[in-house]
Design a protein. Structure first.
Length: 286
């Protein structure tokens, strides 16, 4: 995958902040600043400071200095380049309906508008603040634990989360949540459909990124063979495979993301067509 590092305009770097043990000396000015921040954003910044238990890094504060490695900075640059490209692509497809958002980088744990989250949750999208949350450690996990190497594998995961952002903007997410509330037994099957659609939307971006000549314009450009890495990642994080890895057995009634085969198939549908209209995983839901 070809891309240009150095553009982090779509990144909110919170790696220097985490849930520490309240060791930050807060002057009255700091207190007021946090109170104002909490009011404006709806996020309780105080909870970032105290009580949450220290992460392994023991980091405190919301934007402290980031100790990092060149390899990790490369991944942060990749996240920035992919986020920009994915958002440009959707702005082109949805026009005025698209709303720009950010990728929040965090380490170990984060207080999002959707609640407290730990890295073990994996990357996620928060519909309340419209942001994508990513611990770069997941990229290593993808490579080592799930056997899915390659930059396009990482890009696919990010593009999938932006797929949820698109579902939020188009109202699909709200509609499905309403249906799930009306019939809780449908919650898991509906979740699978949402996830598979996000996979297909990730493919829609992959289709755009596969067009030749993009690298010359400073955009992300896939090389021949890159899609294989993405498809391998989609297969690696199917519910059936994750369950087998965790518990040794497969429980279809607990699926929330779809099987490896389903994930690959919908991702491919987006990749081949480049058309969000090909991503209707709800065709038989009314
Ligand atoms: Zn998802």
């Amino acid at each position: 995958m070809r891309w240009t590092p150095g553009n982090r305009g779509d990144i909110e770097d919170m790696r220097g902040g985490g849930g520490g043990m309240g060791m930050v000396p807060l002057g009255i000015g700091g207190f007021i600043l946090l109170a104002v921040l909490s009011m404006f954003t709806g996020v309780n910044f105080f909870s970032l400071l105290g009580g949450g238990g220290a992460g392994p890094s023991g980091a405190t504060g919301t934007s402290g200095p980031v100790t990092s490695t060149p390899a990790e900075e490369h991944e942060a640059d990749l996240a920035g380049a992919v986020a920009r490209d994915v958002q440009q692509t959707w702005a082109g497809i949805l026009g005025g309906r698209y709303e720009e958002t950010k990728v929040v980088l965090f380490r170990d744990q984060i207080q999002s508008a959707c609640g407290f989250a730990q890295s073990a949750t994996g990357p996620f999208y928060c519909p309340s603040d419209h942001k994508v949350y990513l611990d770069l450690g997941f990229f290593d996990e993808l490579r080592q634990r799930f056997g899915a190497p390659g930059e396009f594998a990482q890009a696919y995961v990010l593009a999938h989360e932006f797929g949820h952002h698109v579902q939020n903007l188009t109202g699909t997410e709200a509609k499905m949540r309403q249906l799930a509330r009306a019939d809780p037994s449908e919650a898991n099957p509906l979740s699978v459909r949402l996830e598979l659609q996000a996979d297909c939307y990730a493919g829609v971006w992959g289709h755009a990124a596969a067009q030749p000549g993009r690298a010359a314009q400073g955009k992300v450009e896939l090389d021949p063979g890159d899609t294989e890495y993405g498809l391998r990642a989609a297969a690696a994080i199917g519910d059936d495979r994750l369950q087998k890895l965790a518990t040794g057995r497969v429980m279809p009634e607990k699926f929330t993301h779809g099987t490896s085969e389903q994930r690959v198939s919908w991702f491919k549908r987006g990749l081949d067509s480049g058309d969000p209209g090909a991503c209707n995983t709800f065709a038989d839901v009314h």
